[in-house]
Design a binder for this molecule. Sequence first.
Ligand SMILES: Cc1cc2nc3c(=O)[nH]c(=O)nc-3n(C[C@H](O)[C@H](O)[C@H](O)COP(=O)(O)OP(=O)(O)OC[C@H]3O[C@@H](n4cnc5c(N)ncnc54)[C@H](O)[C@@H]3O)c2cc1C
Ligand code: SF4
Length: 523
Amino acid sequence: MSRANRFDVIIIGTGAGGGTLAYALAPSGKRILILERGDYVPREQDNWSTRAVNVEGKYQTKELWRDKDGEELHPHTNYYVGGNTKFYGAALFRLRKEDFGDLRHYGGISPAWPIRYEDMEPYYTKAERLYQVHGERGSDPTEPPASGPYPFPPVSHEPRIQQLSDDLRRLGATPFHVPLGILLDEKNRRKSKCIRCLTCDGHPCLVNAKSDAQVLCVDPALEHPNVSLLTNAYVSRLETSPSGREVRKVVVQRDGATEEYSADVVVVSCGAINSAALLLRSANDRHPNGLANRSDVVGRHYMGHVNSVLMAISKCPNPTVFQKTLGLNDFYFASKDWEYPMGHISFVGKLDGVTLSAGAPRLVPGFTLDLMAKHSLDFWLTSEDLPDPDNRVTIDREGNIVLTYAPNNEEGHTRLVAKLEGLMKQQAKCLAHGHECHQGLFARNLFVGQRIPLAGVAHQNGTIRFGRDPKTSALDVNCKAHDLDNLYVVDASFFVSSAAVNPALTIMANALRVGDHLLERLR
Ligand SMILES: Cc1cc2nc3c(=O)[nH]c(=O)nc-3n(C[C@H](O)[C@H](O)[C@H](O)COP(=O)(O)OP(=O)(O)OC[C@H]3O[C@@H](n4cnc5c(N)ncnc54)[C@H](O)[C@@H]3O)c2cc1C
Ligand code: SF4
């Protein structure tokens, strides 16, 4: 292989994991090649169009996967520089300290991670700084101990959300400000990069004011002369040395041609589903079940959370623009009402009539979709799904992705929904409509017919789990494959359990942790 195609490190994928790792390794001076199957998100008006984004799915991959029955699956995922962080809601949570240990759930045990919260803590702090998280330490009762404050103050609530927060407090709950990665300066709005708009969650940021992996990590990494990026570079296969102990070739499809690259260290970070698929596609004589898969766990234990979007509709309007500021974790763990965890409550970006119009609507009597969206608080509920070896990513004969998933541990989620409904019913009387103001809680999927739950892979994780025992895990504690000497995985694949908060900050923090290990190794 020519010297031009030989590197010290190759990183495949530029999302929360790969982008953050590139940033961490860039100052080392090592020759680093970043390979990304997508391009930069085009900066255009449609970035902020709910029709283009939510109805037409303009930026989603057009790739087709299959479910276990061979039915087509249109995955809600995005292939761009910055990965899914270009589209995320930027709610940047630490896992809870307890999430790192065994946790008893109604549906079974959520297993312990091979590292403790304390091992990750310094990297959470670094990741919060790097991604400029705005939050309020100490206001979330389940928040784990932290060695420093959030680098930026919390994002303020708009009046309707503040009213909800006050109401919840009156009912004895402890709402808090969601930690958010948006480059908002509320003290100096004239100079603030973020303009606090309606189209953040699910959209790319037209003004590059979201703390995403492209803006904050990949672009700065590329300012180092030793770092280069190839876009539209799809990695189709990894090939090993004859012994099988080393990845020797990274095979890339680009501009209709096949290219080959090599490096001392190869890091896979394609997202939990694509990374598992890549390792499975790379099976050879030494690794007949797929690369790094002597344990037979690669592709297994797929998790993606039990999620719901619930609209609480009231007679009074909700004029909120940026809605994702409030969270509630009072039901995250076992409580006096129930001995098992239920999960996390927060918000999605404000829904509008256009978004709701995608699919066959079932209307609440007296409301049009537009009116309904103007009168809704749009909650996001997350509960933990448990790692089931039969929930898995496989590939078909042509190498296409097949996703098999049976939801589990749903009872906690059902109870979480009931908790929210109970709280909403007890809201303070509104001056105009009294208690009759609250019309009820409605699942967004009632209105958005095209939403296929399995295709909602936004929180995908767990498919290449890390652990100390090579028989039950594919990666060691440094996220190096047990079976190979130079292969690492730093996206959401390494999760052992999914916890019930959003995953991105943990992926970023872990990439920084693995980055420290790699800097040591490359010295
Ligand atoms: C709409 C939406 C909202 C979300 N909101 C939040 C939130 O508020 N908070 C939160 O914590 N999380 C949120 N998430 C989830 C979060 O974005 C992901 O957890 C995170 O981006 C995953 O990081 P990753 O590195 O594992 O993968 P990704 O970010 O998906 O990155 C993988 C990268 O690999 C590339 N790639 C894939 N296959 C190949 C290949 N074969 N060759 C080369 N490149 C390849 C992809 O193009 C992509 O750039 C949201 C996700 C979505 C879609
Ligand atoms: S709210 Fe801020 S960060 Fe989000 S899309 Fe709008 S301007 Fe960008």
